[in-house]
Design a protein around this ligand. Sequence first.
Ligand SMILES: Cc1cc2nc3c(=O)[nH]c(=O)nc-3n(C[C@H](O)[C@H](O)[C@H](O)COP(=O)(O)O)c2cc1C
Length: 359
Amino acid sequence: MSQLFSPATLGTLTLQNHLVMAPLTRCRATGNIPNALMAEYYAQRGTAGLTISEGTSPSPNGLGYARIPGIFSEAQIAGWKLVSDAVHPKGAKLFMQLMHCGRIGHPLNLPAGARILAPSAVAAAGEMYTDAEGMKPHPTPQAMSEADIKIAIAEYAQAAKNAVAAGFDGIELHSANGYLLEQFIRPNSNQRSDAYGGAIEGRARFVLEVAEAAIKAIGKDKVGIRLSPYGVFNDMPLYDAMAADYTYLAQQLNARGLVYIHLVDHSPQGAPEVPDAIKQMFRREFKGKLILSGGYDAARAERDLLAGKCDLIAVGRQFLANPDLVARWKGGAVVNAPDMDTFYTPGAKGYTDYPTLGG
Ligand SMILES: Cc1cc2nc3c(=O)[nH]c(=O)nc-3n(C[C@H](O)[C@H](O)[C@H](O)COP(=O)(O)O)c2cc1C
């Protein structure tokens, strides 16, 4: 019997299947406010068990990329309500991914008065896209003061409340892929000498305090987290103590009772391998749900679920290109290929116009 297509539990929620739509930044939120086109896109994919929204900023300071949404204003809450009202009738439960870009941002992408913040004033290598001037080098961020840290934690907690007010079933803290929370965890980007830097107990402090604040705001059954051990995206080099650091994190997150840990594995796209041993370590140390992602098709998803390697499977690009992915996988049908040229472009093309099996 299929495990993949049978109902699953997540905290107090029942999911209609074990398939999760992975968070996918699509840059359609003009003015950083979710809109009717986004509601249509998410509703088309509402047959997932759990839909995780694209990275959404808890603060003006976190809006690093062009046209990504936020969840700190009334207009954004109202915009996201359009999305939850459209998705829930399709059956999927909905978590909002809270993504503060930190140093992976550019002033040209930020509203007036917002700041590029990070644990330390260390610029990431590489460039990023801006609507105003095309590709630009990553700027040197401002090192966060203790007051900045307190404000950021409060912004995450308020964003979690706002997500619930917008009809979401919970939030996912984006602590992966080189954004602010991971910038604190990793020693290359965190060179602080105060309580938020140094040994892993210091480098993990910010993410754990953010998790605690979010839990206090909306409850532990509504708070998950995404991590990318061995991820190198956005200038996050490998280092010797990686396994030990993430073991500490797994234990500390377990102690706080988050509802899930969601692991990134971009090795199918050419990133360094994420060792099986580290995934097994998370399975062992963390008693909540474990979500695995990265290059899954139906057969591999079924295999890993049946083997007990994880509780849920998240899928990115195939969901992006196939609004009816669940029906296609169920029926063993061919899938549409994703069009990379329209991943981040404004408008409906390559967004809401992928064909379904019925036409
Ligand atoms: C267009 C695009 C946007 C993405 N945006 C996000 C994001 O906002 N947050 C995040 O955690 N991961 C993001 N990812 C990574 C995906 O969630 C996922 O980990 C990745 O696509 C690998 O899974 P897949 O092989 O099923 O596509 C993005 C990936 C793509 C292709």
